[in-house]
Design a protein around this ligand. Structure first.
Ligand code: AMP
Length: 468
């Protein structure tokens, strides 16, 4: 407890020029983004014609299908402009007040905001506001951003200028969707740390964290919002401002490794292709003689297919995943996480008995998942278990929105670079263990500039010492 809530979320926004109610589309879009956050969600909508700015919203703790289980809830959300949010937070303050979108009354009417990412200068920004009398209802970074936009709007000619002025003060990761009375605005931080893309369906423009949400509403992918770009959509058309762009962005590599959905394309790179490529590179770096290559469902399966293709060892399933069990990763204790792994995954005895198995997963964080799975495979009669990880060792915290425990909890940190594979192999009782080399990452994303801070502390900008 007491840990800061991290924003590892999904955002969605839509402006339907024909005036149709769009809450059902936001529902679909958020459902497609559910993997980005299962803690809370919300939808806010308003009309851009008639009673402009009359905003209605619903947000609460729970999955999209739970919070909007009654079709009447969506029916009551009337409007052709709207935004939505799915939220993930770690243990602790999981309270409805922190659900998004945030809806505020400000000088120009209503302002709605949904945020994915994590800022590193929230405390400073908040202090500045509190000193001038501001009161906060939530403990999220997002409220600080919204408040700064509202304050800037007092002296700027347009809402876009206010968003840009606020953005100039932010350090960290933010993909924002914002609704003002007549506009839908999207903004991505200058490093492009978190994703945001643009789609079109007839007279509707759509912004979404991932392209899979565009497909879910029958929209066509147009392009990704560029790092540092602000995009503004209104009846007057679509406008872009790139004044915050920098020369070298740093896209989050973990979106490709684990976080994004397999059928999404982010910044021109297919998540599926990236994972296949990682699996092939892993096979190249750490070959082994075995009878079967398998992956930890879901996120390890694609890299396992890449490993199988490159090595010529057949791919097969070693585990069945119970899709009705939520995330085990965020459970507060080690025991709860372990039983969660066993509740989520069941071993396929007949498929693994007597075999030498290569088991691929996308990452080892605390080591709970792997320790349990190796034991399950061996209890089921597997002859050998060779662990292959389709990312480099996880040694450093992420400050930009991917939930990673503190440095001490990361199992890779318990060993030196030279000892890591052998010592961890022994601890996990595996027959061999190999990680994806850091040098394989650029090829995985076809040379896209990336942030590799969680692997090598090479953060794209200085992180305050106290946070290391
Ligand atoms: P652990 O059991 O602590 O070693 O965590 C590793 C497992 O958690 C892997 O199977 C990953 O797919 C998954 N994982 C890695 N990073 C995250 C994250 N930030 N949030 C949720 N799950 C994660």
């Amino acid at each position: 407890m007491g840990r800061k809530i991290k924003e590892e979320c999904g955002v969605f926004g839509i402006l339907e020029q024909a005036g149709t109610d769009i809450a059902p589309d936001i529902f679909l879009g958020l459902t497609a983004l559910q993997h980005r956050g299962q803690e809370a969600c919300g939808i806010a909508v308003s009309e851009t014609e008639g009673t402009v700015g009359n905003c209605s919203f619903r947000k609460d703790l729970g999955l999209v299908s739970e919070v909007f289980h009654d079709p009447e809830f969506l029916g009551k959300l009337k409007g052709n402009l709207g935004i939505g949010h799915v939220r993930y937070s770690t243990t602790g303050a999981s309270v409805a007040e922190n659900a998004q979108p945030l809806v505020l009354s400000y000088i120009k009417g209503t302002l709605g905001l949904a945020h994915n990412g994590n800022l590193i200068n929230t405390e400073t920004l908040k202090r500045e506001l509190v000193r001038t009398g501001a009161i906060f209802h939530t403990t999220t970074d997002s409220e600080v951003i919204a408040f700064h936009i509202a304050r800037e709007r007092v002296r700027t000619a347009t809402v876009e200028e206010a968003v840009l002025a606020a953005a100039r003060k932010l350090a960290g990761a933010y993909s924002l969707v914002i609704m003002s009375p007549r506009k839908l605005i999207g903004m991505r931080d200058p490093w492009g740390l978190r994703p945001l893309c643009l789609g079109k369906r007839g007279p509707a423009w759509i912004l979404a964290s991932e392209s899979c949400a565009l497909s879910a509403v029958g929209a066509e992918y147009v392009r990704d919002i560029e790092p540092g770009e602000l995009i503004s959509i209104s009846a007057g058309g679509i406008h872009s401002d790139r004044s915050l762009q920098i020369s070298r962005p740093a896209h989050c590599i973990f979106e490709y490794i684990y976080f994004a959905r397999l059928d999404s394309r982010i910044d021109g790179i297919s998540v599926y292709d990236a994972r296949i490529c990682a699996g092939k590179a892993l096979a190249e770096a750490h070959p082994v003689e075995a009878d079967m290559v398998s992956g930890v469902p879901e996120s390890g399966l694609t890299a396992a297919m890449g490993y199988a293709e490159h090595s010529g060892i057949p791919f097969g399933y070693a585990f069945y995943k119970n899709s009705y069990v939520g995330r085990t990763f965020i459970r507060p204790t080690r025991e709860a996480r372990s039983s969660g792994v066993r509740m989520k995954l069941g071993v396929l005895d007949s498929a693994v008995k007597g075999k030498r198995i290569v088991l691929v997963d996308d990452s080892i964080v605390r080591g709970t998942t792997m320790a349990n799975l190796i034991r399950m495979l061996k209890d089921a009669g597997a002859k050998e278990v060779h662990i292959r990880i389709s990312s480099p060792p996880f040694r450093h915290p992420c400050y930009f929105g991917t939930d990673v425990p503190s440095g001490e909890e990361l199992i890779a940190n318990q060993y030196s670079e030279t000892d890591l594979c052998e010592k961890l192999r022994q601890k996990l009782d595996a027959d061999s263990l190999g990680y994806l080399p850091l040098s394989a990452l650029p090829e995985m994303v076809k040379g896209l500039p990336i942030c590799t801070g969680c692997f090598d502390a090479g953060y794209p900008f200085p992180v305050p010492e106290s946070r290391h």
